[in-house]
Design a protein around this ligand. Structure first.
Ligand code: CTP
Length: 400
């Protein structure tokens, strides 16, 4: 089979050096990558680097190898075009269809999915001109990844940082795997909870669970790769933030509830993938609980935590909102799942069978997604991203 053909467009920003890492990830995972830098990009990273890493020729202009008609062919033959970093100037040119170099010509001839990973100073990103250009590109079907918040060039910090190259690579992988040209969750805001809550007993101890957060992160990553604005409420997870995703860190069930209730009124969908502790210690000891010679420990008494899923399902923050829950069952999986779906009042319930061999923290999952309308969608054993994409298919169907 031919290697998938990826065009890596690089425009002139300091983050161009990070595109080398993206290029490596793409080539090492079996993609044929043609790098098309702008002339300004070459001020930051030279053509020799791009050519050596991609093992392909590199040009910025339409006037090299004219007999091969590169200004048309490169775009026409691509399976994916990713522009990283995309400067404010590049977004403006793309939005207006300008074509004064090889990259802008390539963008006009590409019929495959196009991903932009913008990077610039916060002021440039927030400028109405840039925001309108981004909106135009999104309306036309391009996937524009939200920049990350963090350190920018010099001493400045703010929104405008290029997301981690490994996470941009994940977006590219997802877009290529789905094989559709237009992201279908554009204009949607989704809230995903992930990880496991920790309920503190004293300053050094907590009651927790073994949730790794991987399924929730896979849901956030796949939704972003399908164009959604994503708020990821992450309980005690150390996984890297997916590209374009707004991560809200929380610790306890009560904090998770507050964060979900704050985000829900603007959300088209809420997916509760977090393992929320059903109980928390009735009392928190301000000082470390010490053992006492010759004495048995005091029993720990617990109180119920609020059921967030039942609460947001019963009292919808927004009409037409789709709410998804997760359930882990060991026996009578489907019957228990159906009963839980009803009890919680959500629209979809992803039922996982858990058992001794089915460990937490694995890269794979299998499940049945039950719908309040009686539907049943089985998802075969596979990557957590595949289950996540099925969940978004079902959510998108209900939002339509
Ligand atoms: N959930 C929640 N608030 C809680 C507990 C759970 O929102 N206090 C959500 C979880 O995020 C998940 C679903 O509800 O989406 C799981 O429901 P739960 O009743 O906890 O089911 P199980 O974890 O399967 O456990 P059990 O049936 O044993 O209670």
């Amino acid at each position: 089979m031919d290697k998938p053909k990826v065009v890596l467009g690089v425009s002139g920003g300091i983050a161009a050096y990070k595109a080398c890492e993206l290029l490596r990830r793409l080539t090492e995972s079996g993609h044929d990558v043609r790098v098309v830098p702008t002339a300004s990009a070459l001020h930051f990273v030279g053509a020799a680097t791009w050519s050596a890493l991609s093992t392909n020729p590199v040009s910025t202009e339409v006037w090299d190898d004219v007999h091969e008609v590169p200004h048309v062919r490169i775009g026409q033959h691509a399976d994916l075009v990713v522009v990283a970093p995309a400067t404010a100037d590049m977004l403006a040119k793309a939005a207006h269809g300008l074509a004064d170099d090889l990259l802008t010509n390539t963008l006009l001839t590409a019929r495959c999915p196009v991903v932009f990973a913008p990077a610039m100073h916060t002021e440039m990103w927030e400028h109405p001109a840039t925001q309108e250009n981004v909106a135009t590109l999104r309306r036309r079907g391009a996937l524009v990844i939200e920049p990350a918040v963090g350190r920018l060039t010099g001493v400045d910090t703010g929104k405008g940082r290029l997301p981690d190259p490994g996470e941009i690579f994940e977006v590219c992988r997802r877009v290529l795997a789905r094989g559709v040209t237009e992201p279908d969750l554009v204009g949607r805001h989704v809230v995903v909870s992930a990880g496991g809550t920790r309920e503190p007993l004293d300053p050094v101890r907590f009651l927790g669970n073994r949730s790794s957060g991987k399924q929730g992160y896979a849901l956030a990553r796949t939704a972003a790769a399908r164009g959604a604005r994503v708020t990821l409420i992450a309980a005690n997870s150390t996984l890297p933030a997916p590209a374009g995703v707004d991560v809200v860190p929380v610790g306890t069930a009560v904090q998770l509830r507050e964060a979900v209730l704050r985000a829900a009124p603007e959300a088209d969908a809420v997916v509760m993938a977090a393992a929320v502790a059903d109980f928390r210690p009735a009392a928190y000891a301000a000082g470390k609980i010490k053992k006492k010679d010759g004495q048995e420990p005091e029993p720990i008494s617990l109180v119920r935590n609020p059921d967030i899923l039942a609460e947001i399902s019963g009292d919808r923050a927004r009409a037409g909102q789709v709410i998804v829950g997760f359930a882990a069952e060991t026996d009578d999986v489907l019957a228990n799942g159906r009963a839980k779906l009803k009890r919680k009042g959500c629209d979809l319930l992803v039922v996982n069978e858990v058992g001794e061999r089915k460990t937490f923290g694995s890269e794979e999952n299998e499940a049945v997604v039950l719908g309040a309308d009686g539907s049943e969608t089985a998802v075969a054993h596979g990557p957590k991203e595949a289950l996540a994409d099925t969940v978004w298919d079902l959510v998108a169907e209900r939002l339509r």
